[in-house]
Design a protein around this ligand. Structure first.
Ligand code: 5AD
Ligand code: SF4
Length: 442
């Protein structure tokens, strides 16, 4: 078989996977491959999978089937198929046995070995690597990055919390924080390349602790000191790790954006306990109130699960209640999905599908209403927007407000990477449009 010359990474799931996909691309490019603009043109297709909710593996099998049917062939062979990400980690051996068309399987902590594995697949082997050497991976990846106006930076991986519904502790492994010095080097290189905004990523990002004296709030302060970095975000946080120091940082660090994704999952304490969440509805609301005391314009986003085993109608209504009390700018909500191997999957009182669907629909109606109201309230205001990319129409640019709302506007000479002052003129459920404030006045 000849070696693949081009690659395409198709990523599913969370932002961590987006980061991993970028880094896999960087590795393959360093190895001489070029990025294909579509999956259909690529010699090597990497499926960077997600295992968080149901039908994860079925989706992967059907994608593999589609690729095989499309019959893409490179010189001397078919397109090489790699399965990466959390499904590879959880079900690598089964995939290797069931999907003969898959050439290699690499877990989320082993993808620094991807170029070598592509080499062995080219020689006709079918390598499988689902080791969990998180720090070795980061050492091998190094700190050189391609810059863009807004970039993700993984600072922590894995989870020790073991919420009873969640597969992440099994797919990403134990909590590991990267050393602060290498993170700051990666951040500085991004800033030197023109990056203005960094989103610090981790499954439990606010549990960051490098074991050498740098905690999460210290790390944020150090990233904020890097010249060129004007905006900092972080995700995903656990409510139990919202320390007083971190909350205070929101009032003190100008670069820290007034928007926080803080999943609560449920508004009922009995359900939270059954989920093994180490917070209560009240402690969650208190953290939000404390954040808003130091940063009154703080916008909150969340994750919710409806229909956890045993959830009664009254317990579900507590979730609606916490939504009303918090007032979300944005949110993700899901029907509980039993994940094999997690404690909740074996609990009695699994909730009927129709009940889950009904609750999800009621919750989403309320969340959508709040999101639209949040966006509508920005009409007529002036706000800073980081211009991130070109829009669909000629001359159009798309950027983000401090509250992570997408804004469409006409560039009038402004360029991606600039932070401009924008007057918001209209709002929809998912985006805003506006005009450059100073140019309108001219
Ligand atoms: N079922 C439904 N939703 C889940 N999540 C995690 N595990 C499950 C599950 N088994 C949701 C949680 C989490 C988000 C990333 O996905 O809300 O915060
Ligand atoms: Fe999906 Fe979780 Fe893995 Fe991210 S970490 S890819 S959300 S299973």
């Amino acid at each position: 078989m000849t070696a693949p010359k081009s690659y395409f990474v198709k990523s599913y799931g969370c932002q961590m996977n987006v980061y991993d996909a970028e880094r896999m691309g960087e590795l393959l490019e360093a190895d001489g491959l070029s990025r294909a603009s579509t999956q259909g043109e690529a010699d090597l297709i990497v499926l960077n999978t997600c295992h968080i909710r149901e039908k994860a593996s079925e989706k992967v099998y059907s994608e593999i089937g589609r690729i095989e049917k499309a019959g893409r062939s490179r010189e001397g062979g078919k397109a090489m198929i790699a399965v990466a990400g959390c499904v590879a980690q959880a079900e690598g051996a089964e995939i290797a046995a069931r999907a003969r068309g898959v050439d290699l399987i690499v877990g989320p902590q082993a993808y620094h070995r991807l170029p070598a594995m592509v080499g062995s697949a080219t020689r006709g082997e079918r390598p499988v690597d689902t080791d969990l050497p998180t720090l070795a991976k980061f050492r091998a990846l190094g700190t050189a990055r391609k810059a863009a106006p807004s970039r993700f930076l993984t600072i922590q991986e894995g989870c020790d919390k073991f919420c009873t519904y969640c597969v992440v502790p099994y797919t990403r492994g134990a909590e590991v924080s990267r050393p602060a010095a290498t993170l700051l080097e990666e951040a500085r290189k991004l800033a030197d390349g023109g990056t203005r905004e960094i989103t610090l990523l981790g499954q439990n990002v606010n549990a960051y602790d490098d074991g050498a004296g740098t905690g999460f709030a210290d790390l944020i302060a150090k990233v904020a000191d890097i010249s060129g970095i004007d905006r900092i975000r972080y995700t995903t946080s656990h409510p139990a790790d919202m320390t007083g120091e971190l909350i205070a940082a929101h009032g003190e660090i100008r670069e820290l954006m007034p928007y926080l994704h803080l999943p609560v999952q449920s508004g009922n304490d009995r359900i939270l306990k059954a989920m093994n969440r180490s917070h209560t509805a009240e402690s969650y609301l208190e953290s939000i109130a404390a954040l808003r005391r130091v940063r009154p314009d703080m916008a909150i986003s969340g994750d919710f699960i409806v229909g956890f085993p045993g959830e009664t109608e009254a317990e579900f209504e507590d979730t609606l209640q916490i939504v009303r009390q918090t007032n979300y700018a944005q949110a993700y909500s899901f029907k509980y999905s039993p994940r094999p191997g997690t404690p909740a999957a074996d609990m009695d009182d699994q909730i009927a599908e129709e009940v889950k669907s009904d609750r999800l629909q009621r919750l989403q109606a309320l969340l959508n209403e709040q999101q639209l109201a949040f966006n509508a309230a920005s009409v007529g205001t002036r706000t800073s927007v980081l211009l991130e990319r070109a829009g669909k129409h000629a001359g159009q640019l798309i950027g983000k407000t401090p509250w992570l709302q997408s804004v469409h506007l006409h560039a009038h000479g402004a360029k991606t990477g600039e932070i401009v002052d924008v007057r918001i003129e209209s709002a929809g459920p998912n985006s805003l449009s506006g005009v450059l404030a100073e140019r309108k006045a001219a």
